[in-house]
Design a protein around this ligand. Sequence first.
Ligand SMILES: [Zn+2]
Length: 226
Amino acid sequence: MILSGAGLSAASGLKTFRDGGGLWEEYDVMEVCSTQGFKKNPLKVLEFYDERRAQLASVKPNKAHKIIADIKAKYPENVYILTQNVDDLLERAGCKDVIHLHGFLPELRCIKCQFVFNIGFESYKGKICPKCNSDDVRHNIVMFGEQAPEYVRLYSLLGITNLLVVIGTSGEVLPIDRFARNVPKSILNNLDDLNKIARHFSKAYIQPATIALPKIKQDIDEFMRA
Ligand SMILES: [Zn+2]
């Protein structure tokens, strides 16, 4: 399993929430990323995600995305690609079957019939559900106060995982240290080991994803040969 987070897309110049100078300094997170905020001011939330979509159009996949796409192409049946990221940079790097744990920015969801459809980098404005024609649509991103439906798949796949590779996340959202303790082998790649989670992993690369990924690819090749 390759499980990625914000650090994977950082080299593409995508503004993330938790970085210094990140989105949480510009926006009140509970206003734009929670169910209460959405209830209080849906337009503000929808416009926030319109801006995120527009920003996504201006960035490109980086070397790390491309190497992950290569790994998935080489082992299509044996490698699962899961990400906390809502961007489409893995897809644009050519990666197949990406499981987006927290939703997907290019998609909208119909509030009336739950149908999910892709609008690329466009605004939600004027979009109607292709299935039921409702204009009551929203971003397809998991907010605070909501269940993440793909967590069911995450936990079921963890149960059959022999090698866990965590890239670009320090475990503020998911308990990656616990995941690492429960699999036979694990590799961590992030920039900060301030919370000392690295000791729970078999191996750690404390460096940018673009630098670590060529080595991680070798590790995976060796693991697959063994
Ligand atoms: Zn609908």
